[in-house]
Structures are given as C-alpha cells and as structure tokens.
Design a protein. Structure first.
Length: 346
C-alpha cells in the first residue's frame, strides 16, 4: 500500500467524500427510507402501524440488534412487486454513486419476502434489473449476495437456495444475517458447503454481537471469504493473527455498531486498532436508512470521532476494492481511479 501525504483536518471530510470506494456490506432492505416505505405501502395497500414518516422515524431508537431487526422486517413488509424491489435498489444506487461508490455488493433477504407470499422472481429480477440499469446509466457496478436468515432453519435455507437457483446468474454469492446470538455459523455448514460446490462466493455476519468463536466458526465451518462486522475479533489474539495472515476482510459498519450499542461511542470504535493490527478492514453502511447515514457519513463521522487521518482512509478504500469479488482487471482499474483521485486531491 503506498503512503500518501497528510490532509489538513479541515479538508479531511472532503477528502473522504472524494475517495473512490466499494461498498461490501449493505442490506438493500436497510436502505428503504421512511418516505419510500410510505409510498410503497400506499401502492400496495399495506396498513402501517405508524401514522406518518416522522412517527416511523421516531421509532428508530434501538437497544441491540434484535430491537432493530423487528422494525427492519416490519419496514420490508411493504415490498410486494418486482417494481418495488427495483425502486428500492435504484434509490440506493443513486445515493451510493453520489458517495463515489464505484462498486457495490448488495445483500438481500429473500426469506423475509417469500414467507409473505412474494415470488422469488419478483425479488431477484427487480434487484438485478436495477443493478444492470445502474451500470449503464450511473456508471456504478453492482452485484447481489443472497443472505440466509440465521434465525430460520438450515432446511429453510436449502429450500430458499432451490427456489433461487433458476436465477443463479443474477447473484454472485450467499451470506448469513439476522439474529446472531444463539444461531452460530455451524448451524448452516451443510448449505454453505453446497453453495461452495455451486461456485458461489461465501460471506457471513459474525462477531457483531456474538463472541470471537462465531468468527472462527464462520471461517472453519462455513469457509467464508469475508467476515461481515467481525469487530469482536479483538477478544482473541490468535484470531486476529489468522485474519491478518489470511487477509480475510472485515466489512465494518461503524454507525451501525454505534446505533446497536456494540460500542458506547464512535470514539471508542476499534476500526483504527484493527487496521493497526494489519487486518483488512473496510467501512460500510449496513442499513443506512435506519442508522443515520450512508457510506460517506460512516467515513466522515468515524474519522471525526477517532482522529484517524488520510492514510487510514486510503487504506480503507484500497481494502474495499481488494476485498471485493470483482475480476482482477476491473479491480486494478478501480485502484487506478483511487490513486488518481488521491493525487488530484493533493
Ligand atoms: N440484517 C440487516 N442488518 C443486519 C445486521 N446489522 N446484523 C444482522 N442482520 C442484519
Ligand atoms: Zn449487516
């Protein structure tokens, strides 16, 4: 990684916003803004238990992951038709392009829709069409990662995989999300092994709220290529060494960690320590509509609170492309854009 010149503190927010970056941890249902939730509720005749946008937004006060997930699944219940999924992804991609995201790998939770009677085709075709249009119209590259809900069973994950396989050209990988505590990665070892045979990329949420043992198990039982969150790895020095040695990227989401009380304040976030230990950390937004910010808000607020400087920002942006699942040619093109952008800013 090259060293770059320091950036004056007053120019740092502009530097962070100007950096080309990849977003590798974004739940598309978590990008559903309250305004769009109400628009879709009206379109689909869904009655919401909130009077208006302000009342809904006021309910976004979370004490832990589960308290957030309850409201996140309620919000997603307005999604019914293919066009709804398209509109949601289109809104995110427009917002991401404005934050200089050149490439996004987007999680979606099909089980939260199919269990309400929505067709798998509506979910995947709507999201995929938005990705195709975004490449042509916004110049942003985007691909999809299907996440299994870990509070459901492995049998249900297998059934979901079967339903999605006719559309397998429209997603590049599988992940694991939802309620972490009590649902360790090894619960899904067989379905991940099958997905590996099928040639999908593999990721999993681990070590968000649950201990470091969940990260070991994501690596060893699921054989994932990246860990989503992973901030609890700090409890285990041997695990830190393993993650650093194997360059297993962590898709860290600071504002999410703050809002879900994984860290009491942003100033206490361990992003800088993870990077100092040689880990391939990246910065991402997780569920930006719920946690008060998109990817640049995560960068700007975290850097302001922790005092991290431009070299860390460059490393994070570089890591985001290195850890992405794009081919090597596209990767080196994005890294060239990063280096040119840094040189032009300085
Ligand atoms: N689904 C959406 N956001 C999530 C998070 N932060 N952790 C686990 N599952 C999620
Ligand atoms: Zn997440």
């Amino acid at each position: 990684m090259q060293s770059i010149k320091p950036v004056a503190p007053e120019r740092l927010p502009d530097f962070l916003r100007s950096l080309p970056k990849a977003e590798l941890h974004i739940h598309i249902e978590g990008s559903l803004e309250p305004e769009l939730i109400f628009t879709l509720a009206t379109r689909n005749g869904v009655k919401l238990p909130y009077a208006d946008v302000e009342t809904l937004r006021a309910a976004y006060a979370f004490s832990n992951l589960q308290s957030f997930l309850d409201i996140y699944y309620a919000g997603a219940s307005v999604l019914h038709q293919e066009q709804d999924f398209y509109d949601m992804a289109r809104a995110y991609l427009l917002r991401a392009a404005a934050d200089r995201v050149l490439h996004a790998e987007i999680f979606f939770d099909p089980q939260s829709h199919t269990e309400r009677g929505v067709a798998m085709e509506s979910v995947i075709n709507g999201l995929h069409r938005a990705c195709v249009d975004a490449r042509a119209e916004l110049g942003i590259s985007a691909s999809l990662i299907l996440c299994f809900l870990r509070h459901l069973s492995q049998e249900q994950a297998f059934a979901t995989l079967e339903q999605a396989l006719p559309l397998r050209d429209k997603f590049i990988g599988v992940g694991l999300d939802s309620s972490e505590l009590g649902h360790p990665p090894e619960k899904f070892a067989k379905v991940f092994a099958r997905c590996r045979e099928l040639g999908f990329h593999l990721v999993a949420h681990a070590g968000e709220e649950a201990p470091a043992s969940y990260i070991w198990s994501a690596l060893d039982a699921l054989k994932v290529e990246r860990i989503d969150h992973g901030v609890q790895c700090e409890q285990d020095a041997l695990l830190m060494q393993r993650l650093a040695r194997d360059r297993i990227a962590l898709t860290v989401c600071p504002l999410s960690n703050l809002k879900l009380r994984v860290f009491p304040t942003l100033a206490q976030h361990n992003l800088g320590r993870l990077l100092d230990a040689g880990l391939a950390a990246t910065v991402n937004s997780d569920d930006p509509a719920y946690f008060g910010g998109y990817i640049n808000d995560n960068f700007v607020q975290t850097f302001a609170a922790t005092g991290l400087g431009a070299q860390y920002a460059y490393t994070l942006a570089h890591n985001s492309f290195d850890a992405s699942f794009i081919d090597e040619g596209a990767k080196s093109g994005f890294l060239d854009q990063l280096n040119q952008s840094v040189a032009a800013f300085q």
